[in-house]
Design a protein. Structure first.
Length: 99
């Protein structure tokens, strides 16, 4: 089973999602929402085929919508590389940035 690697920008995305949710609703809601994101990432580790190709963003890139966000990732032999986690309304071009 591949190891999950969360790129720095995806880590930042998740922190910003938690912070926004905490400020807008509550700490409990933020924790629950982030838990949902983490569960989806774990599920992708086991079933990467749940992702949909988005070669228009970057060849080999996959995406999965979870709640109001989209997880952009690559499935490599040894790693599930989470590149970005963006709100569904954000520009898809931002998902092309893996750093």
């Amino acid at each position: 089973m591949p190891k999950v690697v969360i790129r720095p920008k995806a880590q930042r995305d998740l922190k910003e999602i938690w912070s926004f949710t905490h400020k807008t609703w509550s700490r409990e809601h933020a924790n629950l929402y982030l838990s949902t994101m983490n569960a989806a990432i774990s599920e992708l580790r086991q079933k990467p085929e749940l992702g949909r190709p988005c070669d228009d963003v970057s060849p080999g890139r996959l995406r999965r919508k979870v709640e109001r966000h989209v997880i952009y990732f690559r499935h490599l032999q040894e790693n599930l590389l989470v590149v970005r986690v963006l709100h569904e309304g954000m520009q898809v071009k931002a998902a092309n940035d893996e750093t």
